[in-house]
Write a protein that binds this ligand. Structure first.
Ligand code: SF4
Length: 299
């Protein structure tokens, strides 16, 4: 059995009466030659690694490799201590966990690429925040990771999740769709809502380019992760109210593929346009860049 589209996924669930989790496990068993218990062990280890990246990142206060970040998570955490978010604790956690993980990635720390290192803060921040805030049992935690993986896999059949292939829509957009669908599963929504949440997340981020400053996965990548994590939460909010994507999920993925193909190569990870070629980015690139130099520049 293989499932390459959201339509096939929906049909299979309706025809077989299997759950999305059963199907996700079966597909993984087929493609990996591992049994369900072995897969569960891997998923458990993966979730543990996600948590470790978050907790390492939350307490880290050191510069990233490209010297353009590394302190935002700490700033946000400190800010919330005296100014709790009006949107509540879950919102705070999603933002801080996404920043923590992305900054860890930029420090060359250990993260889980999901689907990529650049987008590594989106799925973990959503999953781990929800696990903690809603006391999700271990079995369901593992299942939600499988659901996220299945969504990513279906998208990847058409569009490779790489900024170099289709821009950031394919990295952070795919991660956001994975997170939105997994969150819908966590809150017991049916397959229509899971797929619709993923479709809404992708649809509303189409065209997002990949223009990393100085070629490092830092600017805009680090801050983009909390944005796209919250984007996933918005997709779930709309989908759970049965607000549908007028364009079906598979066609949204077709649109992402086409948009990626039409995108200039300069905006696909080459750092030849967009943010990477702004006045500030050029000066930073030319200089022997240090934080001190940058602050002098802005004096
Ligand atoms: S801007 Fe490019 S490098 Fe950065 S997260 Fe997006 S796709 Fe990855």
């Amino acid at each position: 059995m293989d499932i390459k589209t959201f339509q096939e996924l929906k049909q299979t669930i309706k025809q077989t009466n299997k759950s999305i989790v059963q199907i996700a496990f079966e597909l993984e068993e087929n493609s990996s030659n591992l049994n369900k218990n072995e897969l569960k062990k891997i998923a458990k280890k993966t979730l543990k690694a996600m948590k470790e990246a978050i907790y390492t990142g939350l307490s880290a206060k050191s510069e990233t490799n490209g010297k353009m970040g590394g302190f935002d998570c700490n700033k946000q955490v400190e800010f919330y201590k005296n100014h709790p978010s009006v949107f509540g604790r879950l919102f705070e956690k999603i933002i801080c966990y996404a920043l923590a993980t992305s900054e860890e990635n930029a420090r060359m720390g250990r993260i889980v690429a999901c689907p990529t290192a650049g987008a590594c803060g989106i799925v973990p921040s959503i999953l781990i925040s929800c696990f903690e805030e809603f006391d999700i049992d271990k079995e369901k935690q593992i299942n939600s990771l499988l659901v996220a993986g299945l969504i990513g896999k279906i998208i990847a059949y058409k569009v490779k999740p790489a900024g170099a292939t289709a821009g950031c829509q394919a990295e952070c957009g795919t991660a956001s769709a994975m997170a939105a669908g997994a969150m819908a599963y966590l809150f017991d929504y049916d397959i229509d809502i899971i797929i619709n949440a993923a479709a809404l997340a992708i649809k509303n981020i189409l065209g997002l380019t990949c223009d990393p400053v100085r070629g490092f996965v830092e600017v805009p990548c680090i801050k983009r992760n909390p944005f796209l994590a919250i984007h996933a939460a918005v997709a779930l909010e709309l989908a759970s109210a049965k607000i549908e994507s007028v364009i079906p999920a598979d066609e949204v993925i077709d649109a992402m593929e086409q948009t990626g193909a039409l995108m200039s190569a300069d905006l696909k990870e080459n750092s030849k346009a967009g943010l990477a070629k702004t006045k500030t980015a050029i000066i930073m690139d030319k200089s022997c860049f240090t934080k001190k130099y940058y602050s002098e520049l802005n004096d």
